[in-house]
Structure formats: C-alpha cells, structure tokens
Design a binder for this molecule. Structure first.
Ligand code: NQM
Length: 311
C-alpha cells in the first residue's frame, strides 16, 4: 500500500556527523524505531500520523555509524498493535536488537512466546493523548499480568502533567517499569520544582521504576539545537537528565529516538545527539552504566548473568 506522509513531516537527518565521543564498547541505543516500509509493513488504520519510512537497514547502518553495538527497537503508535515490522527487524539483527511491542489483552501465550523468541522483552503503554485513543486500565493490567511471567517489563510514555493521575496505576504494575523521556518534563520549570520533584519521588519510592534520559531534542525549549557542529546542545534539558543520572545511576537508559517522529521544529544531527550524552553522563563510569551495563541487564540479561523472573 502507498502512504502519504503527514503534511509538514520532517525527514530524519541525512548523513549525520560522526560523533566526537567514542562510545564504550557494547553501547546500546535503547530507544529507536523502525517505520515500515509501508509497502511491506502497512501503517495501522488507527494511527495519528504517517511517518516517512525508516527501515531496519537504515537503522542498523546508523547504529554502526554512530558507534553503537545494539538497538532496542520500540513499537511506535503508527504501527498500532501490528508488530510485524518490529519482529522482522529483530529477526534480521543477528541478536543485536531487542524489542518492545504493543499488544492487546487477548494476545495468546503462543503469540507471546513467538515474540519472545524473536527478541521482544517488553510492552509499551502509551498515554500521550495526541498519539493514541484511550485504553481502559483494566485492559492494560491484563496485558501486564500476561507478560510478567515472561520476565518482560513495561515501558510507559506519558506527559508530566498526567503523572498524578497515573501514579497509582504505575506503582501497582507487577514488573520493571521504564519511563520514556524522563516523563516528558516541562524544562522551562525548575528542576527542583513541584512537577519534576514528583517524578524523582516516583523513582525514589519505587526501585522497579527506570527512566530513559532520551529526547532532549523533543523537550528542549531554548536549544541550542544539535546542528552545525554544536557540542553543547539542549543545555536546558541537561539539569533534568543529570539529576536522574546522579540519583539513579543503575536505572537509567539512553536512546537516540531515531527517526524522531513528530518533531516540528528541527531534525537533529544524530552524531551531535550522541555527543550530547557526555553532558548528562560525564564520567566513563556513568557512560558505561547508562549505555552498556543498565541496558544489558534489562535486555540481554542472559549475557550478563542476570536471570529474568520466569526463565
Ligand atoms: O518516538 C517517541 O518516543 C515519541 C513519539 C512517538 C511515539 O512514541 C509513538 O508514536 O509511539 C512522539 O512523542 O511523538
């Protein structure tokens, strides 16, 4: 099927620069997507946007160019609950990609097992209203209880103003919970203010809750943008990410979010986005934790001697 991209869609950055930072051996890009190609893997009828295609080949080439070793591919809402593009990418990765799927509560044990075999290790619950229609919490809980025995975790995507309402649901989940993009704080507000303090409290009180320190390009209000060789991009986001890195060094992840769906202002140079990492993980030890040790524990536990619940 032929698809027309959403008007105004920004294509991902062509020919990104080579990062100046050399990533630690085995670094994991723990949040990225594949889109289509639509002709092979059609976008979901219920989607709220139609992206430009972003194939597994392009993702793996970017991985190598940027100096990452592995990817965690996250199901995006434009593919709905049809995980075929994701599973195809995982199966083509020679074990170097693992995935986070989106499933409905009537998924069968066989389907879950097949996804596990392909490399899926989590499901994503999306609460961002511009991206998805509402799903009742009981449905999500059913999914949570089905995937928990596999040792999978739950990735949640929401906006900071919705955390109070979602608090009880998140804290009642039976698995590790990974929050996308630091719970999308408003970075014009103070890092010690009420809004971000609530998120810090969530992680303080619940040791099963992790966070991705990703998407400065989405959260930043004042830049500077990761363009034209900028080595100190998105400085307004740094204090937020730095706070979580320092407080929870063994529960943070980072991902490029390539191909950066729905950005309206600019498309970052992914090489410079990788250079951003040293602003939030300033020591070799922190870089090792956020880029290697933490994602390996969560996504390739068998390689680092961790046993997943249920295995
Ligand atoms: O890619 C991201 O993490 C962010 C997205 C898209 C998304 O999550 C989705 O479509 O599922 C966004 O804020 O538009």
């Amino acid at each position: 099927m032929k698809f027309d991209v959403t008007p105004g869609w920004l294509p991902f950055y062509a020919n990104p620069s080579k990062p100046q930072v050399v990533l630690p051996a085995g670094a994991v890009d723990a949040h990225c997507h594949v889109f289509g190609p639509g002709e092979q893997f059609p976008y979901a009828p219920e989607r709220k946007y139609t992206p430009c295609d972003a194939s597994k080949e392009q993702l793996f080439a970017l991985r190598d160019h940027l100096g990452f070793s592995r990817n965690v591919i996250v199901q995006a809402t434009c593919h709905g609950k049809d995980n075929r593009a994701l599973v195809d990418a995982l199966e083509s990765s020679n074990g170097l990609a693992r995935g986070v799927a989106t499933v409905s509560s009537d998924i069968s044990e066989e389907e879950l097992q097949a996804m596990h075999k392909a490399g899926v290790r989590g499901v994503r619950f999306n609460f961002v209203k511009r991206l998805v229609d509402f799903t009742p919490k009981e449905e999500l809980l059913k999914v949570a209880n089905k995937i928990a025995p596999l040792g999978w975790h739950i990735v949640v995507y929401f906006e900071a103003q919705d955390l109070p309402e979602l608090w009880d649901f998140f804290t009642g989940l039976p698995t590790t919970v990974v929050v996308d993009h630091m719970g999308r704080p408003d970075v014009a507000k103070p890092v010690d203010g009420e809004e971000f303090s609530l998120f810090v409290k969530l992680m303080e009180e619940h040791p099963n809750i992790w966070s991705k320190l990703s998407c400065p390009e989405r959260l930043s209000k004042t830049g500077p943008k990761a363009l034209d060789g900028e080595q100190n991009a998105y400085t307004d986001v740094v204090p937020f990410a730095r706070r979580l890195m320092q407080k929870f060094p063994d529960r943070v992840l980072f991902g490029t979010d390539w191909p950066h769906p729905n950005l309206k202002d600019h498309m970052p140079d992914d090489g410079l986005l990788v250079d951003y990492i040293v602003q939030i993980a300033s020591t070799e030890k922190e870089q090792q934790q956020i880029l290697v040790d933490n994602p390996m524990r969560l996504y390739w536990p068998e390689e680092v001697g961790v046993t997943l619940k249920g295995e």
